[in-house]
Write a protein that binds this ligand. Structure first.
Ligand SMILES: [Zn+2]
Length: 406
């Protein structure tokens, strides 16, 4: 099942059900009358929609001890509140990294039930191998719990590269040996539950929006710095992924005509100047006498005064600053979040980079958007993946309850 098929099936009533469910999710516990006020819909609609959500098992009723926020209702009498039914579904969020597959299993509220790191002995693999590793990783994660992989309602997978989430289709990924893969279909051969595939940076943007540095912001940009450079754009509160679903590729923005060769096969991409592999390539081309085998090594050597290491980082910073300046010119975001896990990226938010950004921004008289740095562990992607899985399973179940009732 693809995201596009699910979205096309949803009618106006389903969308109202989703809005009510989202409202309950955000508020933890809320009365029907407060939902009506918050969403500006009639109490009768809320009553009918909550009956649907209760029969779908997605929400549960609890006795609240507080008065309604709107003040309507009798003082002192406990109110019936709605909350999510955490046990309704178990979701697996996955991230494919270079050396491991990370899994996070959550309940329907997004609370962690188990996590697991499945080592990979290869960086690139065939689609079938990837699907098999993903299945094994989820199975191992389930082995740490009292439930089995058959109890999982939905799997969502974050992969690096160009992904069309509407079709679960991977145009290109640094993790795959093949291009143009209907990855959803390959995964369906392993998993019995619905599986969804998204770009990993988009899932970071989702996680930043829900739990991280993007909370409370409507228009912001997340730049992920790992082995490559990823981008997630949130516009007016929604993740933007382009008409074909695979937009927002900062790493492959061209910054140099006929420039350095990128791992995507084209030339002059930003990533070919700032990605970890690009920096390592420069070290080897220059034939450095000093052994530098990671970005952390280059950073250390630069701090110790090695001119080669300094010039490599300086150029990477200049190119990165130009790329961020272009983003500001295009989107005018409230905030830019530089978000990364393991790769050392101090050189990408130095004063030198900020100066490079300022030089690239057209409107020099207005202050730059706030640029903040968020370091995390791999769980930022798996949390985003689980959140995406929860959204998808909600849509599927809402559609099902209505067709059951019809
Ligand atoms: Zn490229």
């Amino acid at each position: 099942m693809s995201n596009l098929e699910i979205s096309q099936e949803l009618d106006q009533k389903d969308l109202t059900r989703l809005r009510v469910l989202e409202c309950v999710r955000n508020e933890k516990e809320i009365s029907r009358i407060d939902i009506a006020t918050a969403l500006k819909i009639s109490p009768a609609t809320v009553t009918s929609v909550s009956a649907d959500l209760l029969s779908a098992g997605l929400v549960a009723e609890v006795r609240g001890d507080q008065e309604s926020k709107s003040g309507i209702g009798k003082r002192g009498r406990p109110r019936t509140m709605l909350k999510l039914n955490a046990d309704a579904h178990k979701i697996a969020g996955l991230k494919i990294a270079r050396r491991a597959i990370y899994v996070l299993i959550t309940d329907f509220e997004g609370e962690k039930l188990a996590s697991y790191e499945h080592p990979l002995d290869t960086v690139t693999m065939s689609p079938d191998e990837l699907a098999q590793y993903a299945y094994e990783a989820v199975k191992h994660a389930c082995d740490k719990t009292d439930f089995t992989i058959e109890d999982i309602s939905c799997v969502a997978l974050g992969v690096p590269g160009q992904v069309n989430p509407n079709e679960n289709y991977v145009h290109w990924s640094s993790s795959l040996t093949k291009r143009d893969v209907a990855m959803g279909q390959v995964l369906d051969r392993w998993f019995t539950c619905p599986v969804f595939v998204e770009n990993d940076a988009n899932l970071v943007a989702k996680a930043e929006h829900r739990f991280g540095e993007g909370r409370g912001f409507n228009t912001f940009i997340v730049v992920t710095i790992e082995h490559g450079v990823g981008l997630g754009i949130v516009l007016d509160g929604h993740l933007y992924s382009g008409h074909r679903g695979c937009g927002a590729e900062l790493g492959h923005m061209k910054v140099q005509l006929n420039g350095a060769l990128c791992q995507c096969g084209q030339r002059g991409c930003l990533e070919a100047y700032v990605g970890e592999y690009a920096l390592m390539r420069e070290v080897s081309v220059a034939g450095s006498a000093e052994k530098m085998s990671s970005v952390a090594d280059i950073t250390k050597s630069a701090k110790a005064g090695n001119p080669l290491a300094q010039s490599i980082l300086e150029r990477a910073g200049q190119m990165f600053g130009m790329g961020i300046g272009n983003l500001i010119n295009l989107f005018d975001p409230e905030r830019i979040i530089l978000s990364g896990a393991q790769v050392d990226f101090d050189h990408l938010h130095s004063q030198h980079v900020m100066d490079s950004i300022k030089r690239s921004v057209v409107n020099e008289s207005t202050p730059l958007p706030e640029i903040c740095v968020h370091r995390w562990h791999e769980d930022m992607v798996t949390k985003g993946a689980a959140a995406y899985g929860i959204e998808q399973v909600s849509k599927i179940k809402i559609k099902q309850v209505v067709s059951d009732a019809a």
